[in-house]
Design a protein around this ligand. Structure first.
Ligand code: DX5
Ligand code: ZN
Length: 217
């Protein structure tokens, strides 16, 4: 399967969100990546249920919700109700990640687990059998427009190996600082989903940039 592209709406124009959503609907984008921040797990606050509900009304594409909030278990049902198809939680953000992932699955959503750049791949061994995807952060979460951390590449390779040796069907998503230059190596290291915010929305022609990210092979 060729890789998917998931634009992060954190870099969209919130004064003209409808325009950006229509552009994404027309584009080759596969998923909408929605970054939810609570100002506690990360030093920034983004958006919540009301915005996600409105986005749900405006697209039929998959909503990939990345929760950067502490103890996400408190809110999983509400994110599902708001329209999330995929819900990803951080290993670092909850006392019992396994329980959170099982709850996501019981809600009939796809379950993702996320690790920060400083967290080793080995911690995933306790949850990897319960997830549909692993999201590797390639920047410290909180803000769009940061530079890609090169140490992510060996983590992708290690994760790929872990998935293969356990014979699991788990997708690998990478998020942060992805651009047209580094995506080639990411795709070749085995990444299934490229998340990109700034690279897409700050470009002169976002639709074309999405197409370029899609056509890397
Ligand atoms: C960062 C978010 C990312 C961010 C990516 O905390 O999880 O999804 O929006 O933005 P870029 O692609 O600009 O690094
Ligand atoms: Zn994200």
């Amino acid at each position: 399967m060729s890789h998917l592209v998931a634009p992060s709406l954190l870099s969209a124009n919130f004064l003209n969100l409808e325009g950006d959503i229509k552009m994404l609907n027309r584009s080759d984008a596969d998923w909408f990546h929605l970054d939810v921040m609570d100002g506690l797990f990360v030093p920034n606050i983004s958006f919540g249920f009301a915005i996600i509900e409105q986005i749900r009304e405006a697209t039929t594409k998959i909503l990939d919700v990345h929760l950067m909030i502490v103890e996400p278990t408190r809110y999983l049902e509400r994110f599902k109700k708001a329209g999330a198809d995929i819900i990803s939680i951080h290993m670092e953000a909850c006392k019992n990640p396994l329980e959170a992932l099982k709850t996501i699955k019981s809600l009939q959503a796809k379950a993702g687990v996320v690790i920060n750049p400083g967290t080793p791949v080995s911690v995933l061994s306790e949850v990897i059998r319960e997830v549909d995807l692993v999201l590797l952060m390639s920047v410290n979460p909180g803000f769009g427009g940061q530079s890609f951390i090169p140490g992510t590449i060996p983590k992708i390779i290690e994760l790929k190996q872990m998935i293969k040796s356990l014979q699991l069907n788990v997708m690998i998503e990478v998020d942060g600082g992805i651009n047209l230059q580094n995506s080639f190596e990411l795709v070749h290291s085995g990444v299934d989903i490229l998340v990109a915010g700034n690279t897409i929305f700050a470009s002169a022609d976002p639709c074309q940039t999405i197409q370029q990210l899609k056509s890397i092979h």
